[in-house]
Design a protein around this ligand. Structure first.
Ligand SMILES: [Zn+2]
Length: 642
């Protein structure tokens, strides 16, 4: 069974055929007039690129970072792979870019102007940049600048960072690379790149590429190279006052000076994690693996940029208790970065595999008890999400052709994808599944594939190779039928069952708080315990718990988050004070969005939350602003540049 074919939206663009600004000393090659034509937004419904005709093979970026004007300024040269030799145009995705000039490189090495045009703006998809491509031309140059409102970049001023110096970082997934580089912005296209970046001399530039420095370079000029082909959503850059600390022979961490020591201690286990990953699914193929700790406004837990994962500082708990997120980003070096979803409808190929792989790394590091607890937490969250989601969002493969690909990012492709792989593990056995996965990563390394390619490969190499373990109909139920299949296997955790029993006794007045074995609880047991208190707390219980466990002052963000939700429910004053501090400091969407939503649900909290939001928003990433405004039901979805 297949999901619905994407509905193609047609967009008519007129193309003007006048040659612009040809170099004066040269005789321009006459251009063939390009007729009016129609562009189908549809091969990948979230990109204008006609990549079957011509695709980017390599790009060379030369950009300077203007921290004051909040712009990247310079040019990009594209080397093209022409799949249809006579094809006469190149369409790039852009959004909010200031395109200044387009030229092409002739075989004799000289540049020549060509006609180009920006098409009509299509909301979050941006504007197609249509470039006439004369016969025989294989290199195109675009001179441009990004704008301060670029959705894929966050610019922080010195007051918003711990170093006191300005900071900038990118977030290109799913389709925001086009807000800082004109690109064929689809995961279906992979290319290599090199980059020369000029920044203020007191700041460091790092990229998801080879060539990251160990110290600030006083010339302000940094050179990078990415020899493995990547999709555009993995393009990554950050600029700030950074320090580097080595962890292992091929791993280390970057952070602002205030964070660097804590970060290096927290992530000491990184090299061991890489080795576990290699033991499971084959060699790490990207050279180095470093981490970059961003300011607390980073909207996500992490982003798997190749060679350099970006991380929120909120996972630095002081005791390594939140490292599942690092295991997750590392696992993407195989699932996602090496074998990539060809479009966002197939996101589960990236995320479901990665959550499964993350669980395997955590099990290898900390044992089965931890894996079971994490699985149970994920399962409980998934069951709730599936119950609340629209029917069309309750299955792994979802039709997103008419939607913002941002909507792909919900629990279903992550956790349902993971439980699909857990189910394969139970049915086929761990040994067979591991051998299959390892071969799968080899087979499709550095390729972008869709669900149907995976499905055909799984039928041949798993279902037919080990007959009578599971049926193709069962696999299709996971992929294409709404809801968790009846035969899905719910995880169990003995540790959580004990916590549940103790929590019930406390709530029934049969056990004192001091008798709870909370000293022995891991963060996972705490999360389960606090989640279970939903709807049962009043001020007396909140005060008693706070006195016993000092939860308002907890340094563990997962615990604080759940405690703040309970504080909203009970309107507990010390918790509300901490909540205000928290919302002013942290921009991680996983926390801010539900906190604002919970406040908006109370009769007292919405006005208060809007006042806090107004104060906090200049430090939030555009994505966090968008999600917070939706949670608070603020009328405008238009996001301003600050
Ligand atoms: Zn992920």
């Amino acid at each position: 069974m297949r999901s619905n074919q994407p509905l193609f939206r047609l967009l008519t663009l007129c193309l003007f055929v006048f040659t612009l600004a040809a170099c004066q000393s040269e005789t321009p090659t006459p251009l063939v007039p390009a007729p009016e034509f129609e562009i189908e937004v549809g091969t990948d419904p979230h990109s204008f690129a006609e990549y079957e005709k011509v695709s980017i093979e390599h790009l060379s970026m030369d950009l300077s970072v203007n921290m004051t004007a909040q712009r990247l300024e310079g040019h990009v040269i594209y080397r093209l792979d022409r799949h249809e030799p006579g094809w006469q145009r190149l369409i790039l995705d852009t959004r909010d870019l200031d395109i200044q000039d387009v030229t092409v490189l002739r075989p004799d090495g000289s540049y020549m102007g060509v006609s180009w045009r920006l098409g009509e703006s299509q909301g979050h998809l941006g504007q197609p940049l249509v470039i006439v491509l004369p016969a025989g031309i294989e290199q195109v140059r675009v001179d441009y600048a990004s704008k301060p409102e670029a959705f894929g970049l966050q610019w922080l001023n010195g007051e918003q960072t711990s170093s006191g110096k300005p900071f900038m970082f990118s977030q290109s997934q799913p389709h925001y690379a086009r807000t800082w580089v004109p690109l064929q912005d689809t995961p279906a296209v992979r290319y290599t790149f090199d980059a020369n970046i000029q920044a203020p001399s007191d700041l460091m530039v790092v990229m998801g590429a080879d060539g990251n420095p160990e110290a600030i370079n006083e010339t302000g000029v940094y050179a990078f190279n990415m020899p493995q082909p990547i999709p555009s959503y993995l393009m990554a850059i950050a600029v700030g006052e950074l320090k580097f600390e080595s962890i292992g022979p091929r791993s280390g961490v970057y952070a602002e000076p205030d964070w660097i020591e804590r970060a290096a201690n927290e992530f000491a286990v990184l090299e061991e994690m890489i080795e576990i990953g290699e033991d499971l699914y084959g060699p790490y193929r990207w050279g180095r693996y470093d981490l970059l700790v961003l300011p607390p406004s980073f909207p996500f837990g992490g982003m798997e940029n190749p060679r350099l994962s970006f991380l929120t500082p909120t996972i630095i708990a002081g005791d390594g208790s939140l490292l599942a997120l690092v295991a997750h980003e590392l696992a993407h070096s195989w699932s996602g970065n090496l074998v990539t979803n060809a479009a966002w409808r197939d996101l589960w190929l990236n995320e479901g595999f990665t959550v499964y792989f993350e669980a395997r790394i955590m099990e290898a590091l900390y044992g089965k008890k931890v894996r079971d607890m994490l699985a149970k937490l994920a399962w409980d969250g998934l069951v709730e999400t599936v119950a609340q989601a629209d029917e069309a969002d309750r299955q792994l493969v979802r039709d997103l052709s008419e939607r913002d690909p941002e909507e792909a990012f919900m629990r279903v492709p992550y956790d349902m994808g993971r439980f699909f792989l857990d189910w394969l593990e139970v049915r086929f056995g761990r040994e067979a599944l591991d051998a299959f996965l390892r071969a799968y990563f080899d087979e499709f390394a550095f390729e972008s594939i869709d669900t149907e390619t995976f499905r055909a490969y799984a039928i041949e190499n798993l279902f037919e190779r080990y007959p009578n373990q599971a049926t193709i109909e069962e696999m299709d139920a996971w992929l294409y039928t709404p809801g968790l299949p009846e035969f899905a296997i719910a995880p169990e955790s003995d540790a959580f069952e004990q916590v549940d029993a103790q929590a019930s006794q406390w709530l029934a007045g049969e056990l004192a708080l001091s008798e709870l074995p909370a000293d022995e609880w891991s963060v996972h047991e705490w999360r389960h315990f606090l989640t279970g208190l939903n709807g049962q707390m009043d001020l007396v219980r909140m005060e008693a718990m706070d006195q016993q466990f000092e939860l308002t002052q907890s340094q563990n963000v997962e615990i604080v988050f759940l405690w703040l939700l309970l504080s909203i429910e009970a309107q507990y004053p010390p918790g509300i004070d901490r909540l205000e501090e928290f919302l002013l400091e942290v921009g991680r969407n996983k926390f801010t969005q539900p906190l604002y939503a919970a406040l908006a649900d109370t009769d007292w909290g919405r006005e208060w939350a809007i006042a806090v939001y107004e104060q906090a928003k200049s430090g939030y990433h555009p994505l966090t602003r968008q999600a917070s405004e939706r949670a608070l039901d603020l009328s405008s979805d238009i996001i301003g540049p600050n």
